[in-house]
Design a protein around this ligand. Structure first.
Ligand SMILES: CC(=O)Nc1ccn([C@@H]2O[C@H](CO)[C@@H](O)[C@H]2O)c(=O)n1
Length: 106
């Protein structure tokens, strides 16, 4: 596995990431290959605009049905909101991965 050095987010999450309110993301099998303790460049999905660097803390498998309010809290969302968003992005996918990260401050 070659670890990824870049990650994209929908730009509507940029403010929450930069303010430290959103400290994890939930991705599918194709997007899970991040190496803990390494930094990645972060871009908006829509315009591919660079907006920060993150340090990857850890990557943990999670089944959709096992998502909790604690995951949602770290997304700055309710659990219902988080589940709705994930079902929109990854319809029908049960095996997901939680990627925990921290903002790199220059
Ligand atoms: C742009 C792209 O390539 N993919 C994704 C996939 C997910 N997410 C966000 O991560 C959390 C859990 O999935 C939620 O906050 C999602 O909206 C995102 O911003 N961009």
């Amino acid at each position: 596995m070659v670890p990824k050095s870049k990650i994209t987010f929908f730009e509507r999450f940029e403010v929450d990431i930069l303010s430290g309110k959103k400290t994890l993301t939930i991705r599918n099998e194709e997007e899970k290959d991040y190496q803990p303790n390494t930094q990645v460049n972060v871009y908006t999905y829509e315009q591919e605009r660079w907006f920060c660097r993150l340090i990857i803390l850890r990557v943990e498998p999670i089944l959709f049905e096992n998502l909790t309010i604690e995951h949602a809290r770290q997304e700055n969302m309710t659990l219902a909101e988080l589940k709705t968003i994930i079902q929109e992005i990854y319809p029908g996918i049960n095996q997901l991965y939680v990627i925990y990260y921290e903002l790199v401050t220059p």
